[in-house]
Design a protein around this ligand. Structure first.
Ligand SMILES: NC(=O)c1ccc[n+]([C@@H]2O[C@H](COP(=O)([O-])OP(=O)(O)OC[C@H]3O[C@@H](n4cnc5c(N)ncnc54)[C@H](OP(=O)(O)O)[C@@H]3O)[C@@H](O)[C@H]2O)c1
Length: 333
């Protein structure tokens, strides 16, 4: 079978442009034992991949040279199966090369309920995907969010944060989101349903948080660390909880004012989402329900067709799209 794949054709000199990639035809073999041949339906793109173009690998994968085909997570449909438990027509999520069809080891596929409405396929790369599962695990299992909680989320307009905001609202809590621009602040309150939002560039973090939440906060979901974590420690109410999800801004040091944990009887707990697969069924059931009711939404921009992957990736890096950039590989259906 012929697949069309997206290769790096020139290492970008400065910013990544669509011309850095080309689309080529290639022959795909039949699946071997315990493998499946899949057709890509929706392909999710990640900005972090840009760091690997023409360079060294990162924690997320090897360096990508000229002639290589990048990979990312996608919703795929099984065309042919040589593996027990998969049949043509089955839908799954898998990390696959940027192409129209590929052979994948069956143990790399995570099945999707066949009853999923067509318009919800993108959600498996957003609210029902890795970032959604991370948000759910941290907020509901680690943070034990309650309807009476005032929740503060840093990195709130990002992949994980935008899910935390929506899930906390769906569980009945009040939510304050912290983000880095006026556009993101508007997105948080007008689209994602946050009660209040803070632009972290508007002043000292603790002052901004106190102004936004005169009654303090009960649960802080931290995606960034650094000054935002220090501010949350200042403002958390007695027996407040902190969920440590990410620490991009933390530098080498920890919080400067952790003694507040003693006086306020605070608790702080980190987690790694891959250790919580047992929550997957509960997550898909609850978030799937919210999605169907319209209580949460998948935030994404869709480009149609494999030929538009280079343009979609360049747009993602230029910041010209909102939410996750997803390519409907098979075009609109
Ligand atoms: N624990 C786990 O198992 C797990 C799983 C997945 C991801 N994570 C972590 O969770 C975090 C969020 O992931 P994501 O996919 O949502 O990333 P993302 O979409 O890139 O969002 C991260 C946000 O952090 C903010 N930020 C960046 N630099 C900052 C700085 N110096 N100070 C304050 N804020 C800063 C940015 O928002 P603004 O500029 O708008 O503030 C950015 O949107 C990451 O740290 C990631 O490594 C953890």
């Amino acid at each position: 079978m012929i697949s069309r794949e997206v290769q790096l054709v020139a290492v970008p000199d400065g910013s990544v442009r669509a011309e850095s990639f080309g689309v080529f035809e290639t022959e795909v073999d039949a699946p071997g034992d315990q493998q499946v041949l899949v057709e890509l339906r929706r392909l999710g793109l990640n900005a972090g991949l840009a760091h690997r173009l023409g360079g060294e690998g990162t924690a997320y994968g090897p360096g990508i040279g000229v002639g290589d085909v990048p990979s990312s997570d996608a919703v795929v449909e099984v065309l042919e199966s040589a593996a027990e438990g998969f049949a043509p027509g089955d839908l799954a999520v898998a990390k696959v090369p940027w192409c129209t069809a590929a052979v994948v080891d069956a143990d790399q596929l995570r099945r999707i309920d066949r009853a999923t409405p067509e318009q919800d396929l993108e959600a498996y790369l957003t609210v029902l995907g890795h970032v959604g599962f991370t948000a759910y695990t941290g907020l509901i299992h680690i943070g034990e969010v309650r309807p009476e909680d005032i929740v503060c989320v840093s990195g709130a307009a990002g992949g994980v944060g935008s899910c935390v905001v929506q899930f906390a609202k769906a569980r009945g809590a009040s939510v304050i989101g912290v983000a880095g621009s006026a556009e993101k602040v508007a997105l948080l309150t007008d689209v994602l349903g946050a009660d209040r939002a803070i632009n972290r560039h508007d002043g000292p973090a603790a002052e901004l948080l106190r102004d936004a939440s005169p009654d303090g906060i009960d649960l802080y979901y931290d995606n960034v660390g650094g000054e935002q974590l220090d501010a949350a420690l200042e403002v958390l109410n007695a027996r407040g909880r902190i969920v440590i999800c990410g620490a991009v801004a933390a530098g080498s040091g920890g919080p400067s004012n952790y003694r507040r944990m003693i006086y306020q009887e605070l608790s702080m707990r980190g987690f790694t989402v891959t250790a919580h697969e047992d929550l997957r069924a509960q997550f898909e059931s609850e978030v799937g329900g919210w999605l169907r009711e319209g209580a949460v939404r998948s935030l994404h921009t869709v480009f149609d067709g494999i030929d538009r992957v280079p343009e979609a990736f360049a747009s993602l890096l230029a910041g010209g799209s909102s939410g996750r950039v997803i390519v409907a590989v098979d075009g609109p259906r």
